[in-house]
Write a protein that binds this ligand. Structure first.
Ligand SMILES: [Zn+2]
Length: 234
């Protein structure tokens, strides 16, 4: 592994002869995030995403979706595959599952995963919802807008990319006050998802990611709320 400036990527895999070098951007400072970047690049290598560039010498390899299509692999997104590989490598399901079969849901188990597996809180929270038995979703917000959300298998509501944070959400407090009460709190479901009744509450545990200037929120829909929101069929 080499650490140095990299443009437009957090890490890059370069094949050199029979070996490979992973370059990690010096912008990635958190040890957990650095480990995830390296595991992601290893995923590209192990999953066969690296192929010779037509315009390059035999010792020079590059990654690209275009190359995958040439191989007839359809629309498989190599970035999604490499992320899944990294998640399973760093936080194996067999070892993490017991931490994910918990109720009530808040950020505590994700923090436990981050400590045990030496991963970032963001990667740990995503892994938690992937393996969770409860209805929950993790949301990453920056500059007052949802950047992305990852739902658990049973969390069937949609939290679209780019929507502004609702004023009734805990995450929005970061915009208003520059701080968040880092504890699970009941909030109107309508702050995050469709609620035709306007009366349902869900649980939100949000925290500030100081190094990223962002907010990470864990949402949990308890069973009674799920019934009111017609989420129980899933
Ligand atoms: Zn990648």
């Amino acid at each position: 592994m080499v650490v140095g400036p990299l443009e437009g990527a957090t890490a890059r895999l370069i094949r050199v002869g029979t070996g490979a070098v992973i370059r990690v951007s010096d912008r990635v400072t958190h040890p957990g995030a650095r480990r995830f970047s390296i595991a992601h690049e290893l995923g590209h290598l192990v999953l066969g995403h690296v192929l010779p560039r037509p315009d390059a010498g035999v010792a020079d390899w590059a990654i690209g979706a275009a190359h995958l299509r040439q191989r007839g692999r359809g629309e498989v997104d190599p970035e999604v595959e490499a992320n899944a590989f990294a998640a399973e490598l760093l936080i194996p399901e067999a070892l993490a599952r017991r931490r994910c079969e918990v109720s009530p849901v808040d950020l505590t188990p994700a923090r436990g995963i981050a400590r045990e597996f030496r991963t970032s809180l963001v990667a740990s929270a995503v892994r938690f919802v992937e393996l969770a038995s409860e209805r929950c979703a993790v949301v990453f917000a920056e500059r007052g807008r949802v950047q992305w959300a990852v739902p658990s298998a049973t969390f069937t509501a949609d939290i679209p990319r780019g929507v502004p944070l609702d004023r009734a959400s805990v995450a929005h407090d970061y915009m208003r006050k520059g701080a968040i009460d880092d504890a699970p709190q009941a909030v109107p479901a309508a702050a995050w998802i469709d609620d035709p009744t306007g009366e349902v509450e869900v649980i939100e545990h949000a925290t500030v990611l100081d190094d990223l200037g962002a907010v990470l929120a864990m949402l949990w829909v308890p069973e009674t709320a799920a019934a009111q929101l017609s989420m129980t069929d899933a």
